[in-house]
Design a protein around this ligand. Structure first.
Ligand SMILES: Nc1ncnc2c1ncn2[C@@H]1O[C@H](COP(=O)(O)OP(=O)(O)OP(=O)(O)O)[C@@H](O)[C@H]1O
Ligand SMILES: [Mg+2]
Length: 272
């Protein structure tokens, strides 16, 4: 796939004037967002601001009653209005997804090894032995031993389940990982481990990442640049550290302030 360039960098994803409506109600409007090759970019905003809808539009997974307008390019492929066959060839291959709740995104009746193997089976022409070798190597990369391959998701902790989610997303070496609140369901120590693992693996693979969260402390750990979403619109964007130090928009200031309070509260809870 040929990549369009932006400021000398290859564009991994580029949304232009993206709009999403559900049953005639505007949910997201006129969103411009781009991620260059090897960039980790955040999308932050309060609950209901439209973060997941944007990620679903990028994956071609919008609800059937939703309509999208504008443009979302994954490399040189237009996602908006694309056929399911085109979308299916991108999902799990060009773009891998990690979701909020691994317990519900993993198949409960499939052992871990089969789960992680599935995208390889769909997108690559490899024999069984080769696939299994890659699955074991991938499990090791996410910190799970070989025996985990034969376990069911229900036999694992939340953190281990999310490691399986990350292994499943990365097994095909996608160019882009979309992680939609991948740590929200986890306790704060596991949260940090999982964010650090994702960052390390994405960087090692030379992939890019869109990291969705409403937690600024997680955002600072996971991304270098970010977009702030409010009521379906981008209200501010820029370098993550700058934006946290010196938010410009009133709504961003409020979000950063609330996040600081939450971080302090957590620290106090840990100290108590
Ligand atoms: N299937 C649906 N049908 C109708 N409206 C929906 C549907 N899914 C989401 N919405 C609405 O779209 C808006 C954006 O939802 P979205 O899930 O993108 O928010 P979000 O920013 O991801 O929030 P959160 O942080 O809680 O995950 C919300 O107002 C929500 O009520
Ligand atoms: Mg969401």
């Amino acid at each position: 796939m040929r990549m369009p360039k932006w400021k000398g960098k290859f564009m991994i994803v580029e949304a232009k004037r993206l709009g999403i409506s559900i049953a005639g109600k505007s949910i997201v409007s006129s969103v411009d967002l781009h991620i260059g090759d090897g960039e980790r970019v955040g999308l932050i905003g309060s609950s209901g601001s439209g973060k997941s809808m944007i990620s679903k539009a990028m994956l071609g997974l919008l609800p059937t009653n939703a309509t999208a307008e504008g443009s979302v390019m994954l490399g040189d492929t237009q996602v908006i209005g694309a056929d399911e066959t085109v979308l299916a060839s991108l999902r799990g291959r060009y773009v891998g997804a990690v979701f909020q709740n691994p317990a519900s995104s993993l198949n409960p009746v499939l052992i871990v090894g089969k789960q992680v193997e599935l995208p390889l089976k769909l997108h690559y022409d490899l024999d069984k032995a080769d696939r299994q070798k890659r699955v074991i190597a991938m499990l090791e990369k996410v910190g799970l031993d070989e025996a985990t391959a034969n376990k069911y998701p229900s036999e694992l902790s939340g953190g281990q389940q999310q490691r399986v989610g990350i292994a499943t997303a990365l097994i095909t070496s996608p160019r882009l990982i979309i992680a939609d609140e991948p740590t929200t369901a986890l306790d704060s120590i596991t949260q940090r481990q999982i964010v650090d693992l994702l960052v390390t693996l994405v960087d090692k693979a030379g992939a890019s990442m869109l990291f969705i969260t409403h937690d600024f402390s997680v955002l600072a750990r996971a991304t270098t640049r970010c977009y702030v979403l409010d009521d379906g619109q981008v209200i501010e964007s820029g370098d993550t550290a700058d934006l946290l130090d010196n938010p410009q928009n009133a709504q961003t200031k409020k979000l950063v302030g609330a996040a600081r309070e939450l971080t302090l509260q957590r620290k106090q809870d840990c100290d108590d």
